[in-house]
Write a protein that binds this ligand. Structure first.
Ligand code: C2E
Ligand code: MG
Ligand code: MG
Ligand code: MG
Length: 274
């Protein structure tokens, strides 16, 4: 009997594995098509300065609108795009589209703010990334200080020297750099002192579960950032309590559902209310 059950489990497992692979392959084919048909759209989530109560920028977050499957969240397609290499093409489009949109808002008279884009490791490690960004800024006419790139600690692990060189090139170009999801990777304090960064983003997991330990960690990250002359922003601010805590601890900026979910570009202007 045990043997029977064991075999069944194995078969069930093998079956679901096969289904999983098939689903991934289908999604991969769909991803190719989506790039050709431009089924992606950028949504924008505002970031606020706690001292001035003003919007300092918007994070651009990619959405995939699929005819049959509906909206596919980035957590499902970004890892796949990374695995297949499609992230390079998609990533170029994201940077271009974010810059184009921000310049358009500025031309329409909106107060000038930053737009942040998330970069994946593959994208960052690609040669000529800085040249591509410079080219996109030229083409769209966006001034470099209104573009921010978000990188994560995990990408820093592979090729530290190269990362530092690239970040220095971005610094020279005048593009801002933020370290995303801080505290979730293999955080090394050495990165903070060696990387030319402008901002630390505290990962939302520390804000959303305010255990005694997490409160201590958030306080420390804020103090550390300030000691290193870096701005610090908290992600995932959902409640007034979250906000009060961050105000007390003198966090510089906040981003989260308490203020706004990511919204489509056409909703941004009404939102900022010039
Ligand atoms: P991220 O860069 O850390 O972006 C923040 C994520 O948290 C977004 O999820 C945002 O919608 C969500 N969020 C913001 N405020 C709150 C809140 O108060 N509560 C909760 N529960 N969530 C909040 P989203 O848009 O689903 O993106 C997920 C991740 O996918 C991003 O995490 C980023 O790592 C990646 N991603 C999104 N767009 C791109 C892109 O264009 N390129 C690359 N390489 N990655 C992207
Ligand atoms: Mg981000
Ligand atoms: Mg993040
Ligand atoms: Mg993330």
């Amino acid at each position: 009997v045990i043997k029977e059950e064991g075999r069944n489990e194995y078969q069930v497992f093998r079956h679901s594995l096969k289904e999983g692979v098939k689903e991934q392959m289908q999604l991969e084919t769909e991803l190719h098509k989506a790039l050709q048909h431009q089924d992606f759209e950028l949504f924008f989530q505002p970031q606020y300065d706690l001292k001035t109560n003003r919007i300092t920028g918007f994070e651009a977050l990619c959405r995939w609108f699929h005819d049959d499957l509906g909206v596919i969240p980035p957590d499902r397609f970004i890892p796949l795009a990374e695995k297949t290499g499609l992230i390079l093409e998609l990533g170029d489009w994201v940077i271009y589209e974010a810059c184009r949109q921000n310049k358009l808002w500025q031309d329409q008279g909106m107060p000038k703010v930053k737009v942040s884009v998330n970069l994946s490791a593959k994208q960052f490690l690609r040669r000529q990334l800085v040249d591509r960004v410079r080219h996109i800024l030229d083409e769209t006419g966006l001034e470099p200080q209104y573009l921010e790139i978000e990188i994560t600690e995990t990408m820093a692990m592979s090729n530290e020297r190269y990362i530092i060189d690239t970040l220095h090139q971005f610094e020279k170009l005048g593009v801002q750099v933020a370290l995303d999801d801080f505290g979730t990777g293999y955080s090394s304090l050495q990165y903070l002192s060696q990387f030319p960064l402008n901002k630390i983003k505290i990962d939302r997991s520390f804000i959303q579960n305010q255990s005694k330990q997490n409160v201590a960690i958030v306080k420390s990250i804020i103090h550390l950032s300030h000691a290193l002359n870096l701005k610090v922003i908290a992600e995932g601010v959902e409640t007034e309590d979250d906000l009060k805590f961050l105000l007390t601890e003198q966090c510089d900026e906040v981003q989260g559902f308490y203020f706004s979910k990511p919204i489509p570009a056409q909703s941004v202007q009404g939102f900022i209310d010039v």
